[in-house]
Design a protein around this ligand. Structure first.
Ligand SMILES: [Zn+2]
Ligand SMILES: [Zn+2]
Length: 273
């Protein structure tokens, strides 16, 4: 059974109002052994609402200061391992900015996420007015391929099929055969570079009602030699801490994964499921 949650947010992220201390208490109540905060940093995130510019910037100085204090807090760390990472929202124009952000601060863990494709967030209907479901998904996955080819400063790729959460697509549209070649290319590069992916349970809370990525994509990752996988609830509130963690354990085991990874100082530790 997995007992680590490697993807969560607190008030350091523009879309969470939950104090870090409340998240930590929720993790202890859930009997977790290790958690990692992965606060949002989406540099130059395209904003569609006036006044929202910079909403997903991170106050790095204050975050690292807090991390330093809590890493040194022995009474806390004796109850639970608390680590401090980042979820970097990436797209091709900002590789240099992203590299600078990651290499200039001591994060435990870096999730690389695509929250946009062609600088439009698939969360917004505008994206799906530009493309059919299959096209929109291909554009999104092809940008991930470009990112993994050209960007190295990360540990796992986040919620690989995030865009699917927001489409009105059929099961046929979602069928892996449309995207298999793109994912095979992505996984070949990830495996060669020693990077992993995450199993994110946030999608189970959306209308999609599925993990991101879905089991077919996870299966392909395994077939391509992928071994590094983390579990993350993507919790922004305490109630979502460790969301569906036992279901995630069962799914990974059924697909032949024996270990999940946790990261400390950017190095993976492999923990038996
Ligand atoms: Zn995300
Ligand atoms: Zn997140």
């Amino acid at each position: 059974m997995i007992r680590s949650d490697q993807h969560m947010h607190s008030t350091f992220s523009g879309d969470s109002k939950t104090e870090m201390s409340d998240m930590i208490n929720a993790a202890i109540e859930n009997n977790l052994k290790t958690i990692c905060f992965t606060e949002h940093y989406d540099p130059l995130f395209p904003s569609y609402k006036p006044g929202n510019e910079g909403k997903f910037d991170l106050d790095v100085e204050r975050y690292i200061e807090t991390a330093k204090r809590l890493r040194a807090d022995e009474s806390l760390q004796s109850k639970i391992n608390v680590r401090f990472g980042i979820e970097l929202g990436i797209y091709p124009d900002i590789y240099d900015i992203g590299k600078d952000i990651i290499t200039s601060s001591p994060y435990d863990f870096v999730i690389l996420s695509s929250h946009t494709a062609n600088k439009v967030d698939p969360y917004f209907p505008k994206y799906w007015e530009m493309y059919s479901s299959v096209e929109g998904m291909k554009v999104y996955f092809e940008e991930i391929l470009e990112n993994v080819k050209n960007f190295d400063d990360f540990d796992v790729y986040g919620h690989l099929d995030y865009c699917v959460r927001y489409t009105e697509c059929t099961d046929e549209d979602k069928d892996i055969r449309h995207y298999k070649e793109i994912f095979e290319a992505i996984f070949k590069i990830l495996v060669a570079k020693g990077k992993g992916i995450e199993l994110n349970s946030g999608g189970l809370r959306s209308k999609l009602k599925e993990f991101n990525p879905n089991p077919e994509i996870l299966k392909l990752y395994k077939q391509c030699g992928g071994e590094i996988i983390t579990f993350g609830s993507d919790a922004h509130i305490c109630e979502h801490m460790a969301y569906e963690i036992s279901r995630a354990s069962d799914l990974l085991e059924s697909l032949g994964f024996k270990y999940v990874a946790e990261f400390k100082e950017r190095k993976p530790e492999f923990i038996k499921i």
